[in-house]
Design a binder for this molecule. Structure first.
Ligand SMILES: [Zn+2]
Length: 495
């Protein structure tokens, strides 16, 4: 995500003062098995995902044996903000301990909306789950714990009420100005790591998810007149009366995002066999075209410097979000008002959000505990884009943007490596988006450019599809420079 001060503090003001929930749906007296169609994917057959990946990445389909397999149906009502759905997920225990429960995040309950799940079917047996973290964490106790390598099938129905305001959550989940933005709007299994099930109430200034690579088949039923845009690749489309049914495949990805509006128009472009599209609003075709141009050039820069972009598509959507842009796997939301060819935020926002396809999606991280691994590194990637495109003047101008952020908090030497919750809103911008980006310049100076370039390429390659940690980053850098970087990391990163 990329924010500017004005919008983020505004959003914060509203977030703290008017977070409210719609009333809960009545619970169903008799367990009704989810109405989801039986899973259409066999866990061992991933051929449906092949065309969503560029050829050099298709081999990943033979790997990731533990990735969760989601089959989700969203039914979007004619009013566009009431949604019912069902989910079947095959979860495999990738840990070396038995798991006595499986957890799901219900993000609408902490993003200003409402999400309700009645009961969960575990291998066809009904289980009443319990709720914690302001109803944003649903825990399913298992009668038979799942052993390492074993799988369990969980099914549930859900109901969502989407807020009709962008002030509650930057508009990541909102139906506003005739645009439906639907982020993290399904029961999502959080990452399990050395902390166990890794879930907390996300601080309001950062991104909210931390999840592993998964495979998704998504069926969306919605009014026929809206243009639907989802992560991954559309695999079928059928119109019935006033409604339409669209299916998507997406995987391996860390999340599924959907946007919808009857106002969307689209421009597209091909880059090295990848289709990039921009769904824009209000006649902003020219802005959308310049955005696609920046997207294409930044994908080339990152592809050359790190590793190629993995998917066969990348979709941009204009939304009324209060952030400048928000990243999702294979999709990017850009706030509508900057989609103008002469807008001074457009190029940096596009280059930044495209950078997240490498640092957040391809290389995952705990976005709440280690936000610098995605945000600071993406700021640095953006600096590399401006440098490679415009030489020294490009480097100077983007460097100044990061300097300005750090200057705004008096260049305080607050560590870059703190969790989001440890920063105030302005510190988060000044340190994670400012000082953190500058750290990577200091690191390059310390290591030497050739070692540094080799390190960053290797770091991305080794951690692709997995989850990186600060320790992995430091170890890789030290390997490439054959030097001790502890003093530098202690000066900049670690408390
Ligand atoms: Zn960002």
């Amino acid at each position: 995500m990329k924010k500017i001060f004005l919008t983020s503090s505004l959003a914060l003001l509203f977030l703290t003062s008017c977070l409210l929930f719609a009333p809960k749906a009545e619970s169903t007296p008799e367990p009704i098995p989810p109405t989801a169609p039986p899973p259409t994917q066999s866990p061992s057959d991933r051929s449906i995902y092949k065309d969503g990946l560029v050829p050099e990445y298709q081999g990943i389909l033979n790997e990731l044996p533990y990735a969760s397999i989601y089959d989700i149906k969203f039914n979007i009502s004619d009013d566009m903000y009431h949604i019912t759905g069902s989910e079947t997920v095959i979860y495999t225990n990738a840990e070396d301990v038995e798991l006595k429960e499986v957890k799901f995040r219900l993000f609408p309950n902490i993003l200003g909306g409402d999400m309700h799940v009645d009961e969960v079917f575990v291998n066809e047996e009904v289980i009443i789950p319990n709720y914690t973290l302001n109803d944003s964490l649903l825990t399913v106790p298992l009668k038979n714990p799942i052993q390492p390598g074993e799988s369990v099938t969980l099914k549930m129905n859900f109901k969502i009420t989407v807020p009709q305001s962008v002030e509650l959550n930057y508009g990541v989940q909102a139906y506003y100005d005739n645009v439906l933005a639907l982020a993290h709007a399904y029961p999502m299994i959080p990452a399990y790591d050395d902390e166990g099930w890794n879930a907390e109430i996300p601080p309001q200034s950062g991104d909210v998810t931390y999840a592993d690579m998964s495979f998704f088949i998504i069926t969306v039923e919605a009014p026929k007149d809206v243009v639907l845009v989802g992560s991954g690749r559309e695999i079928s489309h059928k119109d019935t009366g006033s409604r339409q049914t669209v299916r998507y495949e997406a995987g391996p990805v860390r999340d599924f995002y959907l946007a919808a509006s009857s106002d969307y128009e689209v421009v597209s472009k091909e880059v090295n066999g990848i289709t990039i599209r921009f769904y824009y609003l209000n006649n902003s075709q020219e802005g959308a075209e310049s955005a696609l141009d920046v997207a294409a050039r930044s994908m080339e820069v990152y592809g050359k410097r790190y590793v190629p972009y993995p998917y066969s598509e990348l979709d941009f959507v204009s939304t009324p979000t209060l952030a400048l842009g928000i990243e999702y796997p294979g999709m990017i939301a850009i706030t509508n008002w900057i989609v103008q060819p002469d807008n001074s935020y457009l190029e940096a926002t596009i280059a930044h959000e495209v950078g997240h396809q490498w640092f957040y999606n391809l290389v995952g991280n705990d976005q709440l505990d280690d936000p610098w691994l995605d945000e600071s590194l993406t700021q640095f990637a953006t600096l590399q884009y401006f440098t490679d495109e415009y030489g020294q003047s490009g480097n100077d101008s983007y460097r100044l943007d990061m300097e300005d952020r750090w200057n705004s908090i008096g260049r305080e030497e607050i560590p870059v490596g703190l969790p989001v919750r440890a920063y105030t809103d302005v510190e988060y911008s000044g340190i994670v988006y400012g000082r953190g980006g500058l750290f990577f310049e200091a690191l390059r100076e310390e290591m030497g450019s050739d070692n540094f370039d080799a390190f960053l390429k290797e770091y991305v390659k080794i951690n692709s599809w997995g989850v990186a940690t600060p320790e992995k980053l430091q170890v890789q850098a030290e390997k490439n420079c054959a030097c001790d970087l502890t003093p530098l990391f202690e000066k900049w990163i670690f408390p």
